[in-house]
Design a protein around this ligand. Structure first.
Ligand code: SAM
Ligand code: FES
Length: 344
């Protein structure tokens, strides 16, 4: 496969849409070789803490959207979050990822208090936040409190497609702006998108790749769309596993040093989905550290896996899966090789 770094739109569109098994195989192999050149066979483990399923937003695809009155809501306390970190640290994790809906109860002050408490107890661990769209000032305060990384999927880089998935109040331009701001503040920044959302075309996916090339993020989360009951998109089909793997591979080829998670959504659609993502260029997994009794309530989509196991069991299971495909589980900070921007 030629030098895809400089590929034109037509060539990329052909690869996005290819049905040819040999082309697909070659694409995945190229992606894997590039990953190994930069990161070897290491797969970084991150401990995921889903700390609130309240959300003020109403994304049409998302199971925890505000308008979904059918789910039970929860928030973890600061002590519960710290306990998750302690469990994670005792299992060897060096990175904690705090993710939640956009929950106004977790004001900037409360988030900073939690981040400071984690930073105080775990001075050498990486702290990743994934709390949605905030102001520059709020992001700056999170950073000053000790957070190092921020995940905010752009969801779709095509304006019309973004608008078809979100209420009018949510704008792609703001999402993009947030990502550039985060990067500028100094966060290791993660963007990303779902594959197979309603109304998505190959051109939308091309726009995602072009946007990623422009932003040059440290991390990119790519997972299939999976319908969620009681949402406007409940009756649309799930994304396609092979197309998702192709998008992971293309992202790896275009952004050789980015960190790419093998997502839980891919593991939900296919039993070996996460392992296959590793063979397509992914190099991060995020076992769940949330308390077991709230796991199922963080129901972004239907039939989510890993909701019944204790954290230790999740780690054991993921380690076995990673090893069985010839990769090496690594409980290290696993910083991205993409350089961080300096604070302006
Ligand atoms: N509130 C934060 C935000 O907006 O970035 C973080 C939580 S949000 C639920 C995390 C990600 O879940 C979203 O960026 C979206 O891509 C993914 N997600 C939501 N609903 C999904 C679905 N039905 N299928 C697959 N992924 C979904
Ligand atoms: Fe807010 Fe999904 S609508 S996290």
């Amino acid at each position: 496969m030629g030098d895809l770094q400089n590929a034109g739109d037509d060539e990329l569109l052909d690869l996005i849409t290819t049905e040819d098994p040999r082309t697909m195989e070659r694409l995945l192999l190229d992606a894997r070789n590039i990953t190994e050149k930069h990161y070897g066979k290491d797969v970084y483990f991150r401990g995921l803490i889903e700390f609130t399923n309240y959300c003020k937003n109403d994304c049409f695809y998302c199971g925890i959207r505000n308008a979904n009155r059918k789910i039970e809501r929860y928030r973890l306390t600061k002590e519960q979050i710290l306990d998750c970190c302690r469990t994670g640290a005792s299992l060897g994790f060096k990175t904690f990822v705090l993710q939640g809906g956009e929950d106004p109860w977790f004001s900037c002050g409360r988030v900073c208090e939690i981040v400071r408490a984690i930073r105080n107890e775990f001075p050498d661990h990486a702290i990743t936040l994934s709390l949605g769209e905030k102001t520059r000032e709020e992001y700056e305060q999170y950073y000053s409190a000790g957070a190092n990384r921020y995940l905010l999927r752009h969801e779709s880089a095509d304006c019309a497609h973004y608008a078809a998935m979100h209420p009018a109040a949510m704008r792609l331009e703001n999402r993009r702006e947030c990502l550039y701001t985060l990067r500028k503040i100094g966060f290791q920044t993660g963007a990303g998108f779902m594959v197979g959302t309603p109304f998505q075309t190959a051109e939308c996916l091309l726009a995602d790749l072009r946007f990623l090339q422009e932003l040059d993020p440290h991390m990119v989360g790519i997972g299939p769309f999976i319908p969620s009951a009681n949402t406007p998109f409940a009756h649309y089909p799930s994304g396609n596993v092979n197309l998702t793997l192709r998008m992971v591979a293309l992202t790896r080829i275009l952004l050789p040093r980015a960190l790419l998670p093998a997502t839980t959504a891919l593991g939900t659609l296919a039993g070996d989905g996460r392992e296959r993502a590793l063979t397509a260029g992914a190099n991060v997994v995020m076992p769940n550290l949330s308390p077991r009794d709230v796991r199922a309530l963080y129901s972004l989509y239907d039939n989510k896996i890993c909701t019944g196991d204790e954290a230790a069991e999740c780690v054991r299971c993921m380690s076995l899966r990673v090893r069985s495909f010839g990769f090496t589980p690594r409980m290290v900070r696993g910083d991205s090789l993409v350089p961080a921007d300096r604070q302006s």
